[in-house]
Ligand binder design. Structure first.
Ligand code: SF4
Ligand code: SF4
Length: 175
């Protein structure tokens, strides 16, 4: 008789513990069911890059003095600066400037140290290509005004807000 009572007590404790774990699991599930999905339907929706996002480099040919500081500070000596020395005015004249984005690690050193600020990092990140040689951009391609996700009318922007209510309002306005 005595062992049967102990067995019954153990069984009761196990039932209580199981109910506790089921309750905890259900609480986690219901907590997640109140959250909005964080996935983005790219390319129809895009997240706005953060303010200091390091995307495609923009280059201003007219401001470049061909000093090659960008080459020296680049961890892989990447920018190719082609110039000639003009004896009459004792000055360098820039002929071409290229950066290969297939190799660039987007560290931003060149932008940071350029003395004339002719380099800048943009929020453009869609650089994929079927041909890696297309990623080698010359001064014309580098000088192109960057595409901005916020100005792309063909896509819907997803708020970066972490505030649940703000995000919910943003999504309900879209639908
Ligand atoms: S550091 Fe700036 S100014 Fe000097 S070569 Fe590079 S891009 Fe041109
Ligand atoms: S971002 Fe970095 S890796 Fe790319 S060109 Fe500039 S210094 Fe070199």
């Amino acid at each position: 008789m005595f062992p049967a009572i102990i067995k019954f007590q153990n069984y009761g404790q196990q039932v209580v513990e199981a109910a506790k774990y089921i309750g905890q699991g259900s609480a986690v599930t219901s907590d997640h069911s109140n959250r909005l999905p964080i996935t983005v339907q790219y390319p129809y929706e895009k997240n706005l890059p953060s303010e200091r996002f390091r995307g495609r480099i923009h280059f201003e040919f007219d401001k470049c003095i061909a000093c090659e500081v960008c080459v020296r500070v680049c961890p892989i000596n990447l920018p190719v600066v082609d110039w000639i020395f003009m004896k009459e005015v004792k000055k360098k004249k820039l002929r071409s400037y290229t950066i290969d984005f297939g190799v660039c690690i987007f560290c931003g050193n060149c932008v940071e140290y350029c003395p004339t600020n002719c380099l800048s990092m943009t929020e453009e990140f869609e650089l994929s290509s079927y041909d890696r040689h297309e990623l080698n951009r010359d001064q014309t391609a580098l000088g192109r005004i960057p595409l901005s996700a916020s100005q792309d009318v063909s896509i819907q922007l997803v708020s970066n807000s972490t505030n649940f209510l703000e995000k919910k309002k943003f999504v309900s306005e879209k639908t």
